[in-house]
Design a protein around this ligand. Structure first.
Ligand code: SAH
Ligand code: SF4
Ligand code: F3S
Length: 449
């Protein structure tokens, strides 16, 4: 059992990448709290700095090395004043390049991969005793068993909750199956317990996380549960008002999950369903095991269950051997789906992935295609956002706005909404009539019914 100590040391965590890293950063600070660490927002004050990194594209992983450069200076300043600053690298770059980081960056004391966060306190102790620590194993013990939320810490009204981690899909461009490991689902009872705990601490909206969240198949009462079954169980928790989940794969969109979008009251009308490309040739080479047509038919079924659902997606342009015609097929698919949000990226070669070995598309071609795709997506996003004007939607208020008396929140469809002179508190869920559509947000007024 770990002994409880007064908070004497400061921890600063910088988080890059996806929502799962945000969740993990919280778990790391929870794990270190009983060992005397309290989090600080000022890096210069930190006794321990953790960089929770992302390896998904080259640009993302390069950030780690430039940040380490900056940290060297801060560390020097603290040492000159008689203090110290331990430096650790966590996350997907740690997993992929941990040994090399240790070799090349003498200032790094500790490297920890995503499956070993529960071992952080022991690693920190080893470093404090003058050693270094590297752990990029995929241990058999369940990190989620050891990593528990601090029960009483207050929270904002929204939270992430990891239900599934890892990926067995091996898309030809993607590092995630290597950095996060094989697909693992957490038992339903643990997730429900964590959700109840969050609600007791003020959370009203939970976003379930997984690299392949809709492939969830955790142990539950009566056998393995699907994601839909889990959502229905969460729907029964009093005080929890909204449920979301991300990220889904088109091949794992079960009938019960589609139906839940039409029937489950707390499940929000928003679905992030990446397709990556509209060309069957490219999809095949990406090892996506779906076609443009099967994706479009799936969208039809989802919209039949929930006509107002807002769809979002991810796209890669300039994947090896993508021709102008292949790219045009992506543009056509985007036209047909009509996305409320979409994220698009230039293909980035990742060492160790199959597509890295193939003939690459030239950089200026990639840039030009990305620009065309993004302008189409921006137009769609804007039109869908503008069409909210005049509608009444639910808004969960998350924080005060920039202007006096203004409150900010997210609509059911995940649009940012601000309300002037709003007589509401953080955590309130209210009906709001949308009166104006701005560049990145909507303006609304409270509806009293
Ligand atoms: N698990 C999720 C998301 C994975 S990463 C899924 O299956 O969709 C998020 C997005 O980054 C991906 O959807 C993809 O569009 C993009 N991405 C992944 N690898 C990439 C690469 N090598 N180059 C460019 N974009 C990439
Ligand atoms: Fe990466 Fe594909 Fe797995 Fe998503 S489904 S995490 S893109 S390998
Ligand atoms: Fe990045 Fe790892 Fe998430 S590579 S996107 S931090 S799973």
């Amino acid at each position: 059992m770990t002994e409880m100590r007064a908070h004497t040391k400061k921890l600063f965590i910088k988080t890059y990448g996806c929502q799962m890293n945000v969740y993990d950063s919280d778990r790391m600070s929870d794990a270190l709290a009983p060992h005397g660490y309290e989090t600080t927002l000022d890096m210069a004050q930190a006794d321990l700095v953790l960089l929770n990194t992302c390896h998904i594209r080259e640009k993302a992983s390069e950030k780690v090395f430039s940040e380490l450069g900056r940290l060297k200076e801060l560390q020097g300043e603290r040492r000159a004043m008689g203090g110290d600053m331990l430096i650790g690298v966590a996350g997907c770059v740690a997993q992929a390049e941990g040994e090399e980081i240790m070799r090349r960056q003498p200032l790094v004391d500790l490297v920890v991969g995503p499956q070993s966060y529960h071992r952080l306190p022991q690693m920190e102790a080893r470093v404090r005793a003058g050693g270094t620590a590297l752990d990029t194993d995929f241990p058999a013990d369940d990190k989620f068993d050891t990593l528990r939320h601090r029960p009483k810490a207050a929270r904002g009204p929204t939270a992430f909750l990891t239900v599934q981690e890892g990926c067995d899909k091996f898309c030809a461009f993607c590092v995630v199956p290597y950095t996060r490991g094989a697909e693992v689902s957490r038992p339903a009872s643990r997730i429900l317990e964590e959700a109840r705990n969050l609600v007791e601490r003020g959370v009203r909206e939970i976003t379930l996380l997984g690299q392949n969240v809709n492939a969830y198949h955790g142990a539950g009462e009566g056998g393995d549960w699907t994601l839909a079954r889990l959502i229905w169980a969460l729907n029964d928790i009093d005080g929890l008002e909204r449920i979301r989940f991300t990220t889904s794969h088109p091949n794992d969109m079960g009938d019960d999950l589609i139906a839940a979008h039409g029937e489950c009251e707390k499940l929000m009308p928003y679905l992030h369903l990446p397709v990556q490309s509209g060309s069957d040739k490219i999809l095949k080479r990406m090892n996506r095991s779906h076609t443009a047509e099967s994706y479009l038919r799936l969208i039809e079924r989802i919209r039949a269950a929930r006509p107002d659902i807002l769809l979002s997606g991810d796209f890669i342009v300039g994947f090896p051997e993508e021709t102008e015609a292949d790219f045009q097929a992506t543009m056509d698919l985007v036209e047909e789906v009509n996305y409320g949000y979409a994220y698009s990226f230039k293909y980035s070669t990742r060492p160790g992935t199959p597509a890295a070995e193939r003939a690459q598309v030239e950089e200026d071609v990639k840039s030009e295609r990305l620009q065309r795709l993004q302008s189409l997506i921006t137009r769609q996003q804007r039109a869908i956002q503008d069409a909210m004007v005049g509608r009444t939607v639910g808004v969960l208020f998350e924080k005060p706005g920039r202007l006096e008396g203004q409150m900010m929140g997210k609509s059911d469809y995940l649009h940012a909404v601000h309300v002037a002179n709003a007589d509401v508190a953080v955590g309130d869920l209210a009906r709001v009539e949308i009166i104006e559509s701005g560049t990145n947000s909507l303006a609304g007024r409270l509806v009293r019914d």
